[in-house]
Design a binder for this molecule. Structure first.
Ligand SMILES: [Zn+2]
Ligand SMILES: [Zn+2]
Length: 343
């Protein structure tokens, strides 16, 4: 099969690779669409690159069942499916609590096993057993369905932020994930402020329903948020980028009793905070990493029934042959969301 194979830091090549076979309990999916995520680019550039190389990245995968291994029931070759990308044990303390993303034995597509930037992808027994291979509705396109995985991470964040109708939410960063937070917060009935330094992104956020767009390079974000919230701050602050200083500066915009969520994965670092702020204002400071299989399935349904529109997030479509171009564009942050199509 043809695949985008990672050989080392910033060394990715389009080449022939052995087509995977389904072992007992496993399925092989013929990839139709794979989404390109910031995590893939971070990994390619060396952050968390697996030790065992070469490997294949890509954890946002939709396609059709190509092969089912011994003992797999409920799927037929040709079934259209979406894939929850984390292999979880289903048995540990966290899995039993439904917090599968924190599984003590987790691995997954692009970290531990080969991912979806390839014509075929093998899904281990753990993903099949947890209900992570989900049949797609007939009228749900692959191009829309591929957004379920990243969107599910914003749904998980909305839960940890306890978002509810009429909450005032501040999203820091209007990149692709920031825009998905926006859509998820609007779905929950919130009033959304979104801040970024790039006008083009903010313009897009405005089109997607943001109530307030703030260029924090031109305006004082603190003053703007206090003006909009009558001096209270935001009920939820979602920091959708991984810059420690940005986290430290903006968590203070959380209202009394509110939640601040560190969503974008930061590098190793330290931030300063005044413990009195947590205590007297009863602030919840939290983070969200990935999502659960239930979040993933819910997002497929939210996309299918058009509760959340994702098609306007898609900005670039590539093929495996133009994949290196996709990587360059992703590195330079030239696209909102890019996908790779196969077939
Ligand atoms: Zn992702
Ligand atoms: Zn587990």
């Amino acid at each position: 099969m043809k695949a985008a194979v990672v050989h080392g830091v910033n060394d990715i090549r389009i080449e022939e690779y052995p087509t995977p076979k389904a072992g007992a309990g496993e399925v092989v999916v013929k990839t139709h669409v794979a989404g390109i995520c910031a995590t893939d680019i971070k990994t390619l550039l060396g952050l968390g690159l697996p030790k065992d190389l070469p490997t294949i990245l890509g954890h946002e995968v939709v396609g059709e069942i190509a092969e089912t291994g011994e003992g797999v029931s409920g799927f037929a070759v040709g079934d259209r499916v979406g894939v929850y990308p984390i292999a979880v044990c289903g048995k540990c303390r966290y899995c039993r609590q439904g917090r599968h993303n924190l599984c003590e034995a987790e691995f997954g597509l692009g970290h531990g096993i080969e991912g979806g930037f390839a014509e075929y992808v093998r899904l281990p027994r753990e993903i099949v057993d947890i209900g992570g291979v989900v049949r797609l509705a007939e009228d749900l396109s692959f191009e829309d369905a591929v957004f379920a995985e990243p969107l599910s991470c914003t749904l998980a964040a909305a839960r940890s932020c306890r978002l509810k109708k009429d909450d005032q939410v501040l999203i820091i960063g209007a990149g692709p994930m920031g825009l998905m937070h926006l859509k998820t917060a609007k779905y929950h009935g919130c009033e959304v402020m979104i801040a970024d330094l790039i006008d083009k992104r903010l313009e897009l956020a405005g089109k997607m329903g943001a109530d307030h767009v703030i260029n924090s390079g031109e305006k004082n974000l603190h003053d703007e948020v206090m003006r909009i919230t009558a001096g209270r701050g935001a009920d939820a602050v979602i920091i959708s980028l991984g810059i420690p200083q940005v986290i430290e500066d903006n968590m203070k915009l959380t209202a009394k009793g509110g939640v601040c969520n560190i969503f974008g994965g930061p590098p190793p670092s330290e931030i300063k905070l005044d413990p009195r702020w947590l205590h007297y204002l009863e602030i919840t400071l939290t983070g969200t990493f990935a999502s659960t299989p239930a979040d993933f399935r819910e997002c497929l349904e939210l996309i299918h029934n058009k509760s959340i529109i994702v098609s306007d997030l898609l900005s670039h479509t590539f093929t495996v042959d133009s994949f290196l171009d996709a990587v360059e564009k992703a590195k330079n942050q030239e696209m909102v969301r890019g996908i790779v199509t196969f077939t």
